[in-house]
Design a protein. Structure first.
Lengths: 272, 282
């Protein structure tokens, strides 16, 4: 049944939005993300066919699967860039599929998103990219913003590249800056879309270590979409394997290894 | 090498007549084109509605608006001034020979000023800006779309319709009339220069003769008409850019279609608005 708060948000009352952050966007005792019966199709192609997943606060879930199984779509549904055909998405107890844009934007401020190609704004410098969420969503003065940007870039080891443009950075450096931007508003949930895709094994390892370090420091719930089983083993507490739009199996790496599931065995064999 | 190996047959252009291609019938083709045209207008209407809804909500993105005013206004000024100057000089030289033939040489300054202010200045500015700015907006937003930068803006809780589209559209609306005035000024100035090279005349006398019969309303309606051109250029550029699909080919298509469609609609709007101005302002 719809809560009164949800009903007021649906009705488009601007004043209801700040209340929604207090109760929904911030960390709560319950799970950070709950997905129930999530369906998504593009035309006749069924991409997600009833996904059920739960991510607890402070937990890291790695979503694995073959190309085209809807892993990236899943992340875009969670942050509201796409709408599910049916099903429920709860972020810190707040159902987001029924929210109007203003309230959804308040929830989005509590989530960080690292895109597959980092998606840095190519007309802005590294410093301006990381400052982008701060200038729009905080009341920080310019010196405070500068300090925060330096602090974030130092966390990802990019403090010496403030004035560089995204086109001057390598793939790994762009991912680092993308991570710094995703962490700018100190989110409770971090969504990572293929954080090591297109990187050499050494840089992939560095990015994995960086993600682990940031998770420990920020105590966030994270969902990592990846093809890279080694990376998933390193950074995730739990793994979920998608096949034909459904969660084929989920559990720890060891549980998946011992499951005897043919698809899991094939996936692990190909990756090893 | 296997001596029995056979090179597979290859199709050449000469074989084209043997290939049966499914050709759509004429009614199906007409229906498909009409449907695509109406769908495009429907999508444009929805896009305009999203932009208007975003426009009335805080924050108003003043800093980005100023950046776009600089990008669209001041960076288009040299091109608009050059186009205005060239048109003024050509009009002066061409009109002179016609007017001399009919014994109305003294009418040259007035004919030049009237022609530039009423029609040539606004339409040339509209077309020049639709070429430079339309392509720029279409390509920039198209590139942002295919590299997920627009998704990144949305994911960070910022409305891209306001941050990207509204600021560019407003900058176009504000800048087109000012650029038109600059183009008009250069046109009149270089019209005088061209006339002076043939038959020396003082600038003050040229201006006095040119503006003798002109009133404020002669300036107002044609110049403000270009604000509507700005709306068209900004709206179509942003719309085509933000609906880009595919990779670099999609970006190229967005840039080209932005220029073609905005130029086409500027010309159509010019025809309609000229009639409108003649009815209401004459």
């Amino acid at each position: 049944m719809m809560q009164p708060e949800q009903a007021s948000l649906l009705a488009g009352e601007e004043s209801a939005a700040p209340r929604a952050i207090e109760s929904a966007g911030g960390k709560s005792d319950g799970p950070a993300v709950i997905l129930r019966g999530l369906h998504k199709s593009f035309g006749s192609q069924i991409v997600l066919d009833g996904i059920d997943l739960t991510v607890e606060n402070g937990e890291t879930l790695a979503v694995l699967g073959r190309s085209g199984t809807g892993k990236s779509v899943l992340l875009k549904l969670i942050i509201g860039l796409q709408k599910p055909d049916s099903g429920s998405i709860c972020i810190h107890g707040q159902e987001i599929t029924i929210l109007h844009l203003d309230a959804l934007n308040e929830i989005r401020k509590k989530m960080g998103f690292l895109f597959q190609q980092a998606a840095l704004y190519d007309s802005l410098s590294v410093e301006q990219n990381v400052a982008f969420p701060l200038t729009r969503h905080t009341n920080m003065t310019e010196p405070e913003q500068r300090d925060r940007v330096r602090e974030l870039l130092a966390e990802v080891g990019m403090e010496g590249d403030l004035k560089k443009m995204p086109s001057d950075l390598s793939g790994g450096m762009q991912k680092r800056v993308g991570l710094a931007r995703a962490l700018a508003l100190d989110p409770g949930i971090l969504l990572l879309d293929e954080p090591t895709a297109g990187l050499d094994p050494i840089t992939s390892g560095e990015i994995d270590e960086l993600i682990l370090k940031l998770q420990e420091e920020h105590d966030m719930a994270s969902i990592v979409v990846t093809h890279d089983l080694q990376s998933a083993k390193t950074i995730a507490d739990r793994l979920a394997l998608l096949q034909q739009g459904k969660v084929q199996i989920e559990g720890s790496f060891e549980e998946l290894e011992k499951s005897g599931n043919a698809f899991v065995a094939e996936f692990m064999k190909r990756d090893s | 090498m296997n001596p029995n190996a056979r090179i597979p047959p290859r199709w050449t252009s000469l074989d084209a007549s043997r290939v049966a291609l499914p050709m759509p019938s004429t009614p199906a083709f007409v229906w498909s084109v009409t449907n695509g045209f109406l769908e495009w207008f429907g999508d444009l209407g929805l896009f305009a509605w999203q932009v208007m809804r975003a426009a009335v909500r805080r924050p108003f993105e003043g800093r980005e608006l100023i950046r776009q005013i600089d990008e669209i206004g001041s960076k288009s000024l040299p091109l608009v001034a050059l186009a205005g100057a060239a048109i003024g000089a050509v009009l002066s030289l061409e009109s002179r020979s016609s007017l001399v033939r009919f014994g109305a040489k003294s009418m040259l300054p007035a004919a030049l000023v009237y022609s530039i202010i009423h029609e040539t200045g606004p339409i040339v500015t509209g077309l020049v800006v639709s070429g430079r700015v339309g392509a720029g907006i279409g390509a920039e937003l198209g590139s942002m779309k295919v590299t997920e930068q627009i998704d990144a803006i949305e994911a960070s809780g910022v409305n891209p319709y306001k941050f990207l589209a509204f600021t560019r559209i407003v900058a176009c609306i504000l800048m087109l009339p000012l650029l038109t005035l600059a183009g008009d000024f250069c046109g009149v100035l270089f019209g005088w220069v061209a006339e002076t090279l043939v038959e020396p005349v003082s600038f003050l006398r040229f201006i006095n003769q040119g503006f003798a019969g002109a009133s404020f309303s002669d300036f107002l309606a044609p110049t403000l008409r270009t604000a509507f051109f700005g709306l068209i250029i900004g709206m179509i550029g942003c719309f085509q850019g933000m609906r880009t699909k595919g990779g670099t080919a999609g970006v190229g298509f967005s840039a080209t279609s932005s220029v073609v469609l905005s130029s086409l609609f500027v010309i159509l709007a010019d025809v309609i608005l000229v009639k409108f101005i003649l009815v209401f302002f004459s």
